[in-house]
Each structure stands twice: as structure tokens, then as C-alpha cells.
Design a binder for this molecule. Sequence first.
Ligand code: G3P
Length: 218
Amino acid sequence: MQLFLDTANLDEITEIAAWGVLDGITTNPSLVSKEKRDFKKLVKDICKIVSGPVSAEVVSEDVEGMLREGRDIATWAENVVVKCPLTPNGLAATSKLSKDGIKVNVTLCFSVNQALLAARAGAYFISPFVGRLDDINEDGCALVEQIAEMYHIQSIETRVLAASVRTPPHVHRVALAGADCATMPYKVFKQLVHHPLTDQGMEKFLADWKQAQAAVAP
Ligand code: G3P
């Protein structure tokens, strides 16, 4: 499963990219708004740091507007992916953009049938929202598993990008559920690497090493 960062913050992206395990970036209008920068310049800067897919979302609600925005966004960088919402107009725009060879990430997916529609429209990624389903007392990770299974049975190539991932257990559950990618906030990415036994182990190894070196010093 590929690991994506769900942020538009360049400091966060630069820090995690240095680990060598960052496969892509997802943004949305809320995350971009927090950065208070020109959208196009921000996305271009992100695409310079990360060579994998970088999702940038349209904000129009009508098909013509989505197409205009999507076609423009697609010219910003080689690795940019246009994000469209899972609405009737979003599907229509996805269908047209994907026929033009533009990669589309269909977002705000909350059911298997919506994922099927997105795939039929030619989506490159489908983004089921795990945390927001958990928020309404449903099981977001189970939806990811069902979509992955349905895509497998139907030989659909659209990639399952688990989104709205809020905790480390979400990450390992969607990995076991068969997601192709998971996108998570900076905080969750940092949580993945830390374990108290790793920290304690490092402390003990280094203390033993220093003690032994002191004993053999001439
Ligand atoms: O990209 C979609 C994702 O950012 C939504 O996450 O935590 O706002 O539900 P959240």
C-alpha cells in the first residue's frame, strides 16, 4: 500500500519526503485554504518536492466549470491529479477528463455503489472517506475492504485511495483491507514510526556501546 500525506503544508511535506517513503500528496479546498497562498503556485511547489501523484481539487459545481478547472490544473505539473466530487456533475466531468487522458481522483465516496460509478466514469483513484463514516457510527475501513473486493471481482483498475484516515489503526486496517494507497495527516504519519520499545531499545544499545568504548579506551 502506498503512503500519501493529506496536507498542503510545504514544511510537513518536506519533512516526511525526507524519510524516503512518501508516495504522493492529497489536498482538498479546506487544506489549501489553511495555507493562505495562491492555489496554482502552491500546487506547483508541492509537485517540485514530491514526484508521485499530487491531487488538487476543483471547486466548481457545474460540469463546464469543473472541466475548465480540471483542464487547467492538469497543465500545472506532470504528476498532478485532478480531484472531482462524487456528484452527478463530478461524474460527468470525470468521464470527460479521463477520456482526455487526465488522471482523476474521485472524492467524497461513502458507498460501494458510488465507487462503482466512479470506476465506470474512468476514475484513476477512488477516495472512500474512512473517518467521516466512523463519525456517523459506520465502519469506514469495512467500506474500503468492500470496494477493494468489488473492484477485484469486477477486474476494475481504479485504485482505492483510503482517505479521511485519522489514526494508526486506520492505516493498518485499510492496508489489510486491500487499499492501494492511504492518505493521512502529518500527525498520523509521524505516529506510524514511533514505538516506545524502539526508543527504549535505542537508548540501551547506545548506553551499552558508550560504556564498552569507555572501558576499552587507552
Ligand atoms: O482528503 C480527504 C480528507 O482530508 C478528509 O479528512 O479528516 O477531514 O475527514 P477528514
